[in-house]
Write a new protein. Structure first.
Length: 146
């Protein structure tokens, strides 16, 4: 996707992911609507990084070609997760970093994650959005979800 790229999350992303997970807007939109403790989050990340049916991706602005090979990465704008890798139905979930909200990233990340799920073999790409989360509902509906 033009302007954005995604790379697999690593332990180096631990603080970023923890901050996003406990952001008040993220908490309000989550299935589990409470902040999580650090130990709980660290355990979740450890399991996520080794789970072959899950891909956790950090979304960053594109930088100079080859920067990833050198270990250089721009500041992340968000994260998406694909659950159900290897199956016909893959569920996508995402969060845009609080400081990046309102810049059109959500729509682009939804498309990016959906395309990734299809490349992984998904016949169905699913997202679960809370009814109160009108911003996400609009974005997913515009992206073709029903």
């Amino acid at each position: 996707m033009e302007g954005l790229t995604a790379c697999p999350a690593t332990w180096a992303d631990l603080d970023f992911l923890f901050r996003l997970r406990n952001d008040p807007e993220t908490v309000a939109s989550s299935r589990i609507q409470r902040p999580v403790k650090r130990a709980e989050h660290d355990t979740w990340l450890a399991q996520s990084l080794i789970d072959p049916t899950r891909q956790l991706m950090i979304v960053v602005p594109e930088t100079i070609p080859g920067d990833f090979k050198l270990g250089i990465r721009a500041s992340p704008v968000g994260v998406y997760r694909l659950d159900g890798i290897g199956g016909e139905c893959i569920e996508v979930s995402l969060t845009v970093a609080p400081e990046c909200r309102g810049r059109g990233y959500m729509h682009r990340i939804v498309r990016f994650a959906s395309e990734h799920a299809v490349r992984e073999g998904a016949q169905v790409v699913r997202a679960v959005v809370r009814g109160e989360n009108s911003a996400s509902l609009v974005v997913f509906l515009k992206a073709g979800f029903s």
